[in-house]
Ligand binder design. Structure first.
Ligand SMILES: Nc1ncnc2c1ncn2[C@@H]1O[C@H](COP(=O)(O)OP(=O)(O)OP(=O)(O)O)[C@@H](O)[C@H]1O
Ligand SMILES: [Mg+2]
Length: 367
């Protein structure tokens, strides 16, 4: 069983930088867990503590039922793939892949067999005699993964392994690592700052910010029910739109008002918002939950706002409309045939069933 358990793990670097604060997390056996967050939020530090390359200054790290805080990296039975690949330039691919096994005293035959097997899994058999400088970026990346596979570790750790590759190759390698996980059925922890990688690869996603874990959940829960405004804005592209305003009583219900307009709150959200009546809130709506009224039949009038088109970005399969409502900017993601003119006013329909509300002080989700 290769469960990884973190209990209130913290890291303060000697310089006084608190890189990770009180991280608690349970990575299940065979799970593909993705850690995502902006640059400097502590992702690599967290991963390096699991690997044993960095000492935790607080908390406990357990790998497969064993407390490993004092266990050196080489004895933790994990393998890590780095962004830089860290291949030995003077060694061939075969030697790079077999080096770790040699150090651990494996016999020649066993090494040969494991390297051939990994090379075949990754489709790099024909590269075994080449040096790293004779390989493309994607091939080097495969060798770095191969070097981890031959170890047959309890847990794989990946630290932004695709960030040196061009966009097309990233998509391809993303699929290959995904497939590799299905085949090997090993616990994997994968760090990235790319939310598309997080959404498409993870069984569960951990969102971090400023050293703190913000939310741990499966991708759809993270997308549909972000725990706070940070998660809501970090996951999703273009990001969620936010408007500040107040929860107000309407003739026959509850609304979100910001002085210029009032949008009716759907019945299911009224009860959690009761405690916020007449108080400020932050309203959030994703770009795909905004529609141009021209393309909608029978939208209720209390979920429509007039907005001015500032920019139209056609992307082929969809169009991004950059809109202004008073001093607020909004982005709507609409169908490919919706092409209003710049400076034109359009009636924007809000799918209020998809609205989010956040507390303006704590930024926690209200509903
Ligand atoms: N060896 C170190 N000594 C002191 N501070 C460090 C060290 N390594 C990282 N830090 C700091 O700790 C914080 C977290 O860094 P970390 O490398 O874990 O972030 P990250 O999320 O991996 O970022 P990126 O996406 O840029 O790789 C940052 O403020 C960073 O400056
Ligand atoms: Mg990093």
């Amino acid at each position: 069983m290769a469960q990884v358990l973190l209990k209130s793990v913290s890291k303060v670097y000697p310089s006084g930088v608190p890189a990770v604060s009180e991280a608690s997390l349970s990575v299940e056996n065979r799970e593909f867990l993705v850690i995502v967050g902006p640059s400097g939020c502590g992702k690599s530090t967290l991963l390096r503590m699991v690997a044993g390359l960095e000492e935790a200054t607080g908390g406990e790290i357990w790998i497969g039922q064993k407390l490993v805080n004092q266990v050196p990296a080489k004895d933790r039975d994990i393998a890590m793939v780095f962004q830089s690949y860290a291949l030995y330039p003077h060694m061939s691919v075969f030697e790079n892949m077999s080096f770790g096994l040699k150090l651990r005293g494996y016999g020649k035959k066993e090494i040969e067999q494991r390297v051939r097997e990994a090379a075949s899994t990754l489709g790099i058999e024909r590269l075994l005699q080449r040096r790293p400088k004779e390989l493309s970026g994607g091939e080097r990346q495969r060798v770095a993964v191969g070097r981890a596979i031959v170890r047959k570790p309890l847990v794989f750790l990946f630290d932004e392994p695709l960030s040196n590759l061009d966009a097309k190759l990233r998509v391809q390698m993303r699929m290959e690592i995904h497939k590799l996980h299905l085949r090997l059925q090993t616990t994997m922890i994968y760090v990235t700052h790319d939310q598309t990688e997080a959404m498409t690869m993870g069984d569960r996603i951990v969102v971090m910010n400023k050293g703190y874990i913000q939310q741990v959940a499966d991708p759809l829960t993270i997308y549909d029910h972000p725990a706070n405004k940070f998660v809501a804005s970090f996951i999703g592209s273009p990001p969620m739109n936010f408007l500040s305003g107040t929860i107000t009583k309407m003739k026959d219900g509850v609304g979100f008002s910001n002085g210029r307009f009032t949008l009716r709150v759907v019945d299911e959200m009224v009860s959690p918002l009761q405690a916020h009546l007449n108080r400020p809130v932050v309203f959030g709506i994703r770009p795909e939950d905004l529609y141009d009224k021209l393309f909608i039949t029978d939208a209720p009038t209390d979920c429509i706002i007039t907005s001015t088109v500032e920019l139209v970005e056609p992307l082929g399969a969809e169009v991004y409309l950059h809109l202004r409502v008073g001093k607020h900017q909004l982005i709507a993601r609409v169908g490919p045939h919706d092409r209003p003119e710049v400076n034109q006013d359009i009636d924007l329909v809000f799918d209020m069933g998809k609205a989010h509300f956040f507390d303006p002080d704590t930024e926690a989700a209200i509903v």
